[in-house]
Write a protein of this length. Structure first.
Length: 233
């Protein structure tokens, strides 16, 4: 089994979810007494969001790339990001990384196709909803992607930064997100919703969302487990 390096802290809650899910996935493949070797390089979600807001992607590549280098130096043989927003520079990171990186965007695309999805609502941080790094691979695979209106994007971004990144989960916020998803279903024809921020599963699931949820954390961790165990999924 290959040693895994995770860039965590971007945000903290999702790092915990990734850690637990990777361990559970490895145990499912290799047995209950098998634990993977994992190194976590913890960065700051707020630093990532700041650099994205300034569109200083060179600095973001340096920030994340240095962490990947430290993971490789620790003996990690495969690495992953535990957040979706940093995937805005994933291609650049992958091009210079000394070890393979596992993409959450590719894992989400593959899961959507496996479901037979045709039209997806995409929620996430402001960069995820307004930039093309997440939606483009989905469209290139033949999927339609709809995103919230500008005022809804601002609302979602505020709730992610002020609440979810701090582990705060409020019923009123869940209701607000559900109303946005309902509109994207009724007016935009969306059939599934992609929870395109790793904190969104704290708030939404198939029971609380007006649309079936596609959780990138779940499908990404499956891909990570396959990469470190060689299980093929």
């Amino acid at each position: 089994m290959r040693k895994l390096g995770m860039i965590g802290g971007t945000g903290p809650e999702s790092t915990i979810a990734y850690y637990r899910s990777v361990i559970a996935g490895v145990q499912e493949v290799a047995g209950a007494e098998t634990l993977p070797e994992i190194v976590i390089e913890s960065l700051s979600a707020f630093r990532v969001l700041e650099l994205c807001a300034r569109e200083d992607y060179d600095a973001l590549v340096d920030y994340l790339g240095s962490a990947v280098d430290r993971l490789a130096g620790s003996g990690s043989q495969v690495a992953t990001l535990t957040a979706l927003t940093p995937h805005i520079v994933f291609d650049r990171l992958q091009a210079t990384s000394p070890i393979p990186l596992v993409s959450a965007v590719e894992a989400t695309r593959d899961a959507a196709l496996a479901r037979g999805a045709r039209r997806l609502a995409l929620l996430g941080t402001q960069p995820t909803m307004t930039q093309d790094f997440f939606a483009r691979p989905l469209r290139e695979a033949g999927l339609d992607v709809v995103t919230p209106a500008p005022s809804e994007i601002a609302y979602i971004q505020d709730k992610i930064v002020r609440e979810l990144e701090h582990g705060l989960v409020l019923d009123e916020t869940r209701d607000g997100f559900a109303a946005i998803i309902r509109r994207l279903r009724d007016e935009g024809g969306a059939e599934h919703v992609v929870l395109g921020c790793t904190e969104l599963p704290l708030l939404l699931d198939d029971e609380t969302s007006p649309l079936p949820c596609l959780d990138p954390v779940e499908v990404h961790t499956h891909a990570v487990v396959a990469a470190i165990t060689g299980s093929g999924g």
